[in-house]
Every structure is written in C-alpha cells, then in structure tokens.
Design a protein around this ligand. Structure first.
Ligand code: C2E
Ligand code: MG
Ligand code: MG
Ligand code: MG
Length: 289
C-alpha cells in the first residue's frame, strides 16, 4: 500500500511531459509577442574598477515585462528563445538597444562608458552576427574597445577554427571579447592563447566563498595570475561582501561586478546611480575609455 501511495505522490508532484511541453509552447508564443510588442527591457549592472571603485562600464542584461506574469529573468526565457529560433532576433534587439543607449550616454552624461553584451552559443554560430555588429558599429560609431561581447567557453570548443575566424572579424571591428563564467566550462587553457580574447570573468561560484574557502581562494588567485600573465583583464562577478572586494583588490583583480555595488538597474536608474556616485563633472573624467 505504501508503495502504491508513493507512486501516486510521485506522479502528483512531477509535472507531466505534456504539461512541460505545453508550458514551453506558451512561453514561446508569448516571447514572439514580447519582441513584437516591445515587452523587453535592458537593465545595466555597473562594472567597477576594483582599486579606485569607479564605474568603468556596464553589462546589459535583458528583462521581460510579461503582461500577466510580470518581470521575468533571462534564466527563464533565453534557453527557450534558443530552442525555438528566436534568439537571433532577441539578440539583435539587445545589441542594438545596448549600443544605442551607450552612444547616447557617451554623448551626454557618461562619456567614457564601456558596454558589455552577452552572446549565446546560437548567436555566435549565426552567419549574420558579424554583419549585424558591423552595421551597429557603423551607426553608433562607438570607439574601439567600447563594445565587449561576453561569450562562454563552450562556444570556443564546438568549432575552434570557425570561432577563431569569427572572433578575429569581431576584433577587427574594435570589439573586445570576454569569457563569461570562466572556470565553469571545458576550461582548456590552451584556447586563451589561441583565441583573441581580451578579458575573463571569474564565475560567481568561485567568488562566493572566496573569503572563507581555501580552494576558492586558490582558484581565484590562479585565474588572476593566469589572466595577467596572458595580458588579459580580469573581472570578478557576484561580489556581495566587502571582504570579497578587499580580497580581490589585494590580489590585483581589475574589475568587479556585484550586488555589493549595485544590482542590474533600468537605464534611467543606472545613469542617476553613476552620476550620484561620482558627481556629474567627475563622471566625465572618471569613466575610463
Ligand atoms: P551572466 O552574463 O553571467 O550575468 C550575471 C548574472 O548574475 C545576472 O543575472 C546578474 O543579475 C547576476 N548577478 C550580478 N551580480 C550578482 C551578485 O552579486 N549576486 C548574485 N547572486 N547575482 C548577481 P541575470 O540578469 O538573471 O542573467 C542571467 C544570465 O542570463 C546571464 O548570466 C547571461 O548568461 C544570460 N543573459 C542575460 N541577458 C542576456 C542577453 O541579453 N542575451 C543573452 N544571450 N543572454 C543573456
Ligand atoms: Mg555576462
Ligand atoms: Mg557570468
Ligand atoms: Mg551566465
């Protein structure tokens, strides 16, 4: 009897395959509308110079204002967008929006601001990628080094030859490449030498316990050393505690992002946050180009 009951419980708690497929379908349909009816918004998380604590740039992170479900985070819809072939449209929207906003900021209140945009694997494989980045760089005239694309390690392993040529084309456009979530992927260190990468972002999971866990300390120390000896900028993500910031600063980490400074913020809030932090005039000189 207990066994039968257990089985029933199991069936009760686990959503059926059918339910899950149906839910995906609903998200997929809603996502088409999101693109059509302007329900996406970019939030911006400050990137801070670890030593001077000045803002040097922002990472654009997409948000979805769903008409019934409210604010939805990318963790819930990026993978759906990839599976149903909407990622390239979504990605193009993100890239355009982020670059246009950055151009406006650079011409007004935040002259030296840099911008980072996330690229998913499907976007990286898209034959149109280089062409659409060329177009947006022409339109916005962002100086070399202003736009940074964040990719993950897996992108490089799939088809290394193709990846090298795509990255070189992007580099020729003045675009920088960052390896996001560094250390969580395949981590063949060889690719850091072979690929035209300009920075690495240490994953949040290593930063979390940096001030208490000896293993995480060792990993972070090694990544900072490796990055610097290869002439790469090193960024740490997910900094929430003062102790984490202090540790990273003492180890020579270049930049940090995290809730300790700010969560990702809507454009207007981001702008006033930076101006309030630095003062209007200071923001002009502080922000690095
Ligand atoms: P990611 O690129 O590694 O972005 C960092 C994530 O960590 C963001 O989550 C950010 O809000 C969060 N975060 C930042 N600081 C802290 C912290 O101190 N503590 C904690 N707990 N979290 C922190 P978000 O915005 O939910 O994005 C999740 C992932 O979705 C991103 O990871 C990125 O891979 C993807 N994503 C976001 N926007 C886009 C986009 O426009 N295009 C593509 N292709 N992917 C995107
Ligand atoms: Mg990122
Ligand atoms: Mg990351
Ligand atoms: Mg990520």
């Amino acid at each position: 009897a207990a066994k039968a009951e257990g089985r029933n419980n199991y069936r009760f708690f686990l959503p059926s395959m059918h339910e899950r497929v149906k839910e995906r379908k609903t998200i997929e349909e809603d996502l088409r509308n999101a693109l059509e009816y302007d329900q996406l918004e970019l939030y911006y998380q400050p990137k801070i110079d670890c030593r001077t604590e000045r803002v040097v740039g922002a990472e654009a992170l997409v948000r979805w204002h769903h008409p019934d479900r409210g604010l939805i985070l990318p963790g819930e819809f990026i993978s759906v967008a990839e599976e149903c072939g909407l990622i390239n449209r979504l990605g193009a929207w993100v890239m355009n929006k982020a670059c246009q906003q950055t151009q406006i900021w650079r011409e007004t209140t935040l002259p030296g601001l840099r911008i980072a945009v996330n690229l998913s694997p499907a976007q990286f494989q898209d034959a149109e990628l280089v062409r659409s980045v060329t177009k947006i760089m022409d339109q916005t005239r962002l100086p070399d080094g202003t736009l940074e694309l964040e990719i993950t390690e897996s992108i490089l392993m799939n088809n290394p030859e193709k990846a090298v040529s795509t990255l070189n084309e992007l580099k020729a456009l003045g675009v920088r490449i960052a390896i996001d979530d560094f250390g969580t992927g395949y981590s063949s260190l060889n690719y850091l030498k072979r690929f035209p990468v300009s920075s690495i972002k240490i994953d949040r999971s290593f930063v979390n316990d940096i001030h208490v866990d000896m293993d995480d300390k060792a990993i972070v120390d090694a990544v900072i050393g490796l990055g610097h000896s290869l002439n790469l900028e090193v960024v740490a993500e997910g900094v929430e505690e003062v102790e984490q910031h202090e540790y990273l600063r003492d180890k020579g980490c270049d930049f940090i992002q995290g809730f300790l400074f700010a969560k990702p913020l809507p454009a207007a809030t981001f702008e006033s946050w930076v101006l309030e932090r630095h003062g209007t005039e200071q923001a002009r000189v502080a922000v690095k180009s």
